[in-house]
Design a protein around this ligand. Structure first.
Ligand SMILES: Nc1ncnc2c1ncn2[C@@H]1O[C@H](COP(=O)(O)OP(=O)(O)OP(=O)(O)O)[C@@H](O)[C@H]1O
Ligand SMILES: [Mg+2]
Length: 370
């Protein structure tokens, strides 16, 4: 309608309405580093209401070493506005978010500052996982070389030691066993590296994800996860996954093993859930095609979550915080999911770690790719 139609002229825009509609978290911080104003997106990010947030010192909402303090200080010291991208924002209640941060001076005289926190896109969050694909390829190459150059001679060494066993005095036999155990340990490591594959595309078939998860819970229940309660919440109407059953079992075994190793000895709990989601698609490498990733499987535990220093390196091979860990579990899981065209996302929760695996659905033959 035009004004000439007799319509009432639109009222001037209310700045508050605009601020409330901004999807980024907006906060005003006063000169004493307390929160002076928040918009609804900030309430959502911090998970508490405006009345609780406003007038609270920022130090109560964020850990003392949060990178946000440094950015705010830099602006307060008379600097221009500062921005930092892909900052891991750990909230005091334990949750972590990857955000882009912009801080600028709001009122020069009073020293108030404006902080904008914009959650990084899924693509940026995934970058961490995707950027480690090169690492996975290097492990695959190394695995193949070691299989040839190390595993074969080691089998010879092990065999020779076993032949010597009968002629060695009884009290020296533990040394023979030591040789055998250590060679077995190295062979097992090389086997795990060989699992990174030879770069061939996977053979895809329709896979029932419940059968995959059932197999995984059965294996974990009879072994490493015996004392952990597994809570399953499945969406019964999920379509089949387009993938390789055995490789997907490997993915969820690695995730559940990590979860089982992280939860407390008493009251340990792993929540497994599946869900159909809309709207997330990924571009296939070296192609214009996009693949929808509607099948979401979540693995959630009630352990301490992934430590802050481990988070940026989570999917890198050979990075482990465990005494006997190889650091290959998540790297292999990310590689297999990536080979399926899917993605793994990670988030620390108030209580424990959450891994989300998104996978493509099997398309009935004859249907066109989107
Ligand atoms: N659910 C989790 N909770 C807390 N930390 C985790 C969790 N999953 C992974 N991590 C951290 O990530 C690191 C890497 O995990 P990854 O599975 O790749 O290797 P690993 O478990 O250490 O060794 P491996 O899998 O070879 O036994 C772990 O050492 C641990 O610090
Ligand atoms: Mg592991």
């Amino acid at each position: 309608m035009s004004p000439g139609d007799g319509a009432v002229a639109a009222a001037p825009f209310d700045a508050g309405t605009v601020l409330n509609a901004i999807p980024s978290a907006v906060m005003a911080i006063d000169q004493a580093d307390a929160v002076a104003f928040v918009n609804p997106a900030a309430e959502q990010l911090f998970g508490v209401s405006r009345t609780v947030l406003e007038s609270r010192p920022l130090a109560e909402l964020l850990p003392f070493d949060s990178p946000l303090f440094d950015l705010i200080r830099r602006v307060g010291d008379g600097g221009n506005g500062v921005s930092d991208y892909g900052v891991a924002l750990l909230l005091s209640r334990g949750e972590s978010h990857l955000v882009d941060v912009h801080v600028s001076l709001l009122d020069e005289v009073r020293g108030d500052r404006l902080v904008m926190l914009h959650p990084c896109s899924v693509a940026q969050r995934l970058n961490r996982q995707l950027s480690h694909r090169g690492g996975a390829r290097a492990v695959a190459g190394l695995g193949a070389t070691l299989a040839h150059e190390v595993k074969n001679p080691l089998s010879g060494i092990r065999g020779a030691a076993q032949l010597l066993e009968p002629s060695v005095p009884e009290d020296e036999r533990p040394l023979i066993r030591l040789i055998c155990d250590e060679t077995d340990r190295i062979c097992a490591l090389v086997d795990r590296m060989e699992a990174f594959g030879d770069g061939k595309p996977i053979e895809r078939r329709p896979v029932n994800i419940y059968q995959v998860l059932e197999r995984v819970t059965r294996v974990s229940g009879s072994g490493f996860g015996r004392s952990v309660r597994i809570v399953e919440r499945y969406d019964p109407s999920l379509p089949e996954v387009d993938g390789d059953h055995d490789l997907l079992v490997q993915v969820f075994l690695n995730l559940i093993k990590n979860a089982a190793e992280a939860v407390p000895a008493e009251g340990g709990e792993i929540r497994l859930s599946t869900q159909y989601t809309h709207g997330l698609s990924m571009r296939v490498a070296n192609s214009r095609e996009r693949v929808e990733l509607p099948i979401l499987v979540e693995v959630r535990d009630n352990g301490p979550g992934v430590s802050e220093e481990m988070v940026p390196h989570l999917f890198e091979p050979f990075v482990s915080s465990k005494r006997a860990g190889t650091g290959l579990g998540l790297s292999l899981a990310a590689k297999i999911v990536g080979d399926h065209g899917g993605v793994i996302e990670f988030q620390n929760q108030p209580r424990g770690a959450l891994f989300r695996v998104r996978l493509p659905a099997h398309r009935a033959p004859g249907r066109q790719a989107m």
